[in-house]
Design a protein around this ligand. Sequence first.
Ligand code: GLY
Length: 427
Amino acid sequence: MISSEEVRKLFLSFFQTRGHKIIPSSSLIPYDDPSVLLTTAGMQQFKKYFTRQKDPMVDFGSQRVASIQKCFRTTDIDEIGDPTHLTFFEMLGNFSFGPIGKDDPKEFGKDGYFKKSAIYWAYEFISQLGLKIDYVTIFEGEKNIPLDNESYRIWEEIGFSSEKIKRRGREDNFWGPTGEEGPCGPTTEIYVNDVEIWNLVFNEYYQDRDGNLSKLEFSGVDTGMGFERLMKSLQNTETIFETDLFQPTRTILENSIKNYDIRRQRIVMDHLRGSVFLVADGLYPSNLERGYILRRILRRLTVNMYFLGIRVDSLENLLKSVVEKYLPFYSELKNFVKIKEVILNEINNFERVLNSSIKEFNKKFRESDSSETIGEKMFFLYTSHGLPLDIGKEILMSKGRQWDRFAQQRFEDLFKKHQLISKGKNE
Ligand code: GLY
């Protein structure tokens, strides 16, 4: 079975051979892009090369680069625990900034390239790995953006029949921009085992803050292949959490806990890894913006550890399992002492809030409570014990109850009333 370490090497050398300069991952904290809180895609560190505010020939000596980028997305945070969603993940990507040269996949130079090379190489790399593509998708066109006939023809030339080249609209096959503005364009996407594993974006446009599109001076290529999803296909595992990327952490969890709640175990694996990388990149938990993202995942980690019966003092080994797996590729993880200290400090503080909230919850909660009553009790815990609602929902779930829209409505009504009262007091 191929390991993730081997795939990293294969990917980078495949594109290096084809004229790409290999660029290390940038930090999860974008250094010059105020439009986003965290790095969410491989192309983010290259935005200014697509817009020619920076010159790739000067900085990289090539119009082509490839990278394995650390990414963090919070959009799916509530889905974490299912077989495929993550907050932190790595993205394998190859990029071309233009001007476009011959766009010949047999040509291994340094010029910009476009659809033909990008598609042929993606097909070749996937085939080299021994994976079978189920089908691909292309952009079907919308308003003033035309159908991507060129990608269609290229897939056809490779040997895909028309049933295997599906047409999709803007929601599925048009990517970007990251944040409020930036390069974007139609995509062609590759599906293996019915899961999208590689997204090839043809950056032809720039979208401004008002949503207007204009043509970029040079069309570019921005591809993103989710590493964990790729490894799931290659290692033929049921979920991404059984791939070798999570194996050291999973082994500790399996050996140390008696609670088999698989959803919570996956949340712990995801949040441990994500928080280690955020702290390694210099983030501290706080109540503001990106600091709050870290605080939130550390709190969710604490609560899920609590319900799995994982003691905080076993955290050190879990953190170590993440750091040891990734240190060969990310030197920022070498300061284990600091990573451990920041994470443990936050978790210890929050554990106190959690313990007192759970005690209070157990005192107040009745099996017979209506949804509205649950909404009221949760509001009380929020205002008097500082228990965040999403953590309250987790506690509720551990009692076999769901947070429904009636509970939510009651909570919101009380919240609004509370705000009005405090506003009145301050005026
Ligand atoms: N930039 C391509 C992707 O994130 O899928």
